[in-house]
Design a protein around this ligand. Structure first.
Ligand code: ING
Length: 331
């Protein structure tokens, strides 16, 4: 019996700095209704879907940025999403900035800020939470940059690992679902940790500038979308899983984010792609049994992986210089 599920990427166009959460949520509700009319059972919204991509703005005190965070989930502004999902019987993924009181290393509770995402079931249960681990950009104001990218200033590194959960979704009693966020998709380690937990469906949102903001080096513009797709396609192929990668796109206060959200199958093929950089729903029917082929042949991890040779991956952070070859004196 095929294990089919219809998934959607609910891509969002730009959210301007002045745009309240209620406007973003209203747009998301329209996308949820549109996805439902197409028989969708799980909808993936972008990273930081409720507000503008605020890490592009510098705040001297990080508390000034707290206006962009959610202190409860659901909150008054997001409850309509949960209610609509329950009414429509649809699960959804939502990316948001999380502000919480939680014990840190010392054991004492303190204010903590994460770039987070949740997976919500069709009855409104929060099935899984993930906090972004690979935070790109920088923590201090960088005068060399055309636009700031201050995720390291406003967020802590996620402390929940890369979790996978098996939970009911659509008509299926159990699907192995995992999450990552934006920059995580560029790191094969993130995909492999999910793959080692038999993830069948990886959900991720992203906010990716369409142009290189570093003001260093040359990167042809067309490579931005190519690298985003390449990362997701490789991750899916090498871990025999599906993925839904959903953009927040378009020009926010003069800064352009790329769209071209995609849904990818375990062969690494793009099976649906957005063609705008605005609010747009793309859908695909996924036969999760396709994961089995890769998982039992080329990527049968238990047969072919050799972790004893991978120690550099977890013991090293940066790269080290290799030994230099020298001709050996004749013995
Ligand atoms: N954005 C970008 C991303 O990883 C980036 C940052 C863009 C890094 C391009 C490297 C190259 O898609 C977020 N929010 O992570």
């Amino acid at each position: 019996m095929a294990r089919n599920i219809i998934v959607a990427a609910a891509q969002l166009g730009p959210i301007q700095k002045a745009e309240p959460r209620s406007v973003a949520v209203a747009r998301m509700l329209r996308l949820l209704e549109q996805a439902h009319r197409r028989g969708t059972e799980l909808v993936v919204f972008p990273e930081l879907a409720l507000t503008t991509f605020f890490p592009r703005h510098y705040y001297e005190s990080i508390e000034e940025a707290d206006q962009w965070f959610e202190t409860a989930m659901p909150s008054n502004e997001t409850e309509p999403l949960f209610a609509a999902a329950r009414r429509l019987g649809i699960g959804f993924h939502l990316g948001y900035a999380e502000l919480c009181e939680e014990a840190g290393e010392t054991g004492r509770a303190r204010r903590r800020r994460f770039n987070s995402a949740i997976l919500v079931g069709p009855e409104g249960d929060i099935l899984l939470k993930y906090r972004k681990i690979h935070l790109p950009g920088h923590a201090a104001f960088d005068p060399a940059r055309n636009v700031q990218h201050l995720e390291k200033r406003y967020f802590e590194v996620g402390n929940l690992g890369f979790p996978v959960i098996r939970a009911p979704m659509g008509a299926l009693p159990g699907i192995n679902m995992g999450m990552m966020i934006c920059n995580d998709r560029r790191w094969p380690e993130a995909w492999r940790v999910l793959g080692l937990q038999k993830a069948e469906l990886v959900l991720l949102g992203y906010n990716t500038p369409s142009l290189n903001q570093e003001g260093r080096g040359f990167e042809a513009h067309h490579l931005r979308v190519f690298h985003s797709h390449l990362s997701v396609q490789a991750g899916c192929y090498q871990n025999a899983c599906f993925a839904v990668a959903t953009a927040k796109a378009g020009t926010e206060d003069g800064c352009e984010l790329l769209g071209h959200s995609i849904i990818v199958n375990p062969h690494g093929e793009i099976i649906a792609m957005a063609t705008t950089w605005d609010d747009e729903v793309i859908t695909a029917g996924c036969d999760l049994d396709i994961c089995t082929l890769g998982r039992t042949t080329v990527f049968a991890f238990e047969k072919h992986r050799r972790p004893e040779h991978y120690t550099r991956i977890t013991s090293q952070i940066g790269a080290v210089d290799p030994p230099v070859w020298e001709r050996k004196a004749a013995e």
